[in-house]
Design a protein around this ligand. Structure first.
Ligand code: TXA
Ligand code: MG
Length: 348
């Protein structure tokens, strides 16, 4: 059975002992909960893939608690621009890709010669890494294909019986996984958008590229620069569609699709920013975010998607939001959850 314990000095020390024995621990970070193992212990790392049913070609992120831990993990000097990004946004929801050294097992990087590294801001994650005295490899602590967990309870739903311990550090602030950035083209390029936005990277680096696959499916023959992006993700069992266009048209279209679903005997739910909830007049709305900002929507999105499954909702109609700032990360996840099914309400 899996224990869920409130994170404190004693339980973090217990978690560190488990990590040092090659076991897995569910741990809070400011983005989403991670499924941690000693990054330098190959057998432990392989257990992560088994516990998640994770495809073996999807590499993990290595978490560190101080900058000095990076040097042994990478082969070259840290690029100048990466240093500046680290200065500005670490600790925080930013993951950077570097050439790996031989210290990092190929199991962590799924055979790639590069390694993804993040210095998280969550005090529990950092104390755990410090206590274990080793970098911690951690993917999101969901079973593959499910939305990432943003509470200890979510981790328990997916991992009960598969791992010995989950540290409960409360709900995650950001609610979406970290921004993944690589430097192989010379410029910082966002492979997966997150809490550190392209605008924030531009402000520090003076340049930024956003990988083409962020808001569209991979084209035939195109290889994913970030292998995780090629998998169908976050998808609820219900049929999720995104509706875009002018607000007036979106509301009309969603109401029409909702009514049709109800009439055909299906359960339906509308996902809309909190400020728009009242426009749907008596229809069942799951308002996203207590206040009306992309940050609040981001923090609530995976919670809402899990609720759709818990409540066995068959038809889910989501309002698209503007893909700027954190809104880009929201639309990236929403598009994957919807299998890129978008309806343009302005086209009749
Ligand atoms: O916020 C987060 O990043 C969370 C918390 C726990 O830190 N972790 C997380 O891990 O989201 P995961 O495994 O669910 O996502 C890691 C992403 C995947 O899309 C993976 O393909 C990509 O990072 N990635 C890892 N190593 C890579 C590499 N060497 N090159 C390109 N992409 C890489
Ligand atoms: Mg994940």
């Amino acid at each position: 059975m899996t224990k869920v314990l409130k994170a404190d000095n004693r339980t973090i020390a217990e978690a560190a002992r488990l990590i040092n024995k090659g076991e897995l621990v569910g741990m809070p970070t400011e983005t989403v909960y991670g499924l941690g193992a000693d990054a330098l212990n190959e057998a432990a790392v392989l257990r992560i893939f088994a516990a998640k049913d994770r495809p073996p070609d999807n590499p993990l992120i290595v978490h560190i608690s101080e900058l000095a831990q990076i040097a042994p993990l990478i082969e070259c000097e840290i690029p100048e621009v990466a240093k500046r990004l680290a200065d500005a946004y670490w600790p925080g929801p930013l993951t950077m890709i570097f050439s790996k050294s031989d210290v990092v097992p190929l199991a962590v990087t799924a055979g790639l010669q590069t390694v993804a590294i993040r210095l998280p801001a969550h005090p529990v994650a950092r104390q755990l890494i410090e206590s274990a005295k080793t970098p911690i490899a951690a993917p999101s602590a969901n079973r593959s294909g499910r939305p990432s967990p943003t509470t200890a309870q979510h981790v328990y739903q997916d991992m009960n019986g598969r791992i010995p311990l989950i540290l409960d550090g409360g709900a995650c602030d950001v609610g979406l996984e970290s921004t993944v950035v690589d430097f192989s083209s010379g410029k910082p390029r966002v492979l997966r958008p997150g809490g550190v936005t392209p605008e924030m990277i531009y402000a520090v680096a003076g340049e930024v590229e956003v990988d083409g696959s962020v808001l569209r499916p991979l084209e035939r023959g195109e290889t994913a620069r970030s292998p995780g992006m090629k998998y169908r993700h976050y998808a609820p069992s219900g049929d999720l569609s995104i509706v875009e266009g002018s607000l007036e048209n979106v509301v009309r279209k969603i109401a029409e699709l909702y009514d049709a679903a109800i009439q055909s005997g299906q359960s339906a739910r509308i996902l809309s920013p909190a400020a728009h909830a009242s426009l749907y007049e008596g229809r069942a709305v799951r308002a996203l975010g207590a206040k009306d900002s992309a940050d609040a929507i981001a923090a609530d999105l995976f919670v809402a998607l899990r609720e759709m499954d818990d409540q066995k909702i068959e038809v889910i109609l989501a309002e698209g939001i503007r893909a700027v700032g954190v809104g880009l990360a929201v639309m990236n996840r929403l598009n994957r959850a919807a299998g890129f099914h978008t309806i343009n309400a302005d086209e009749g």
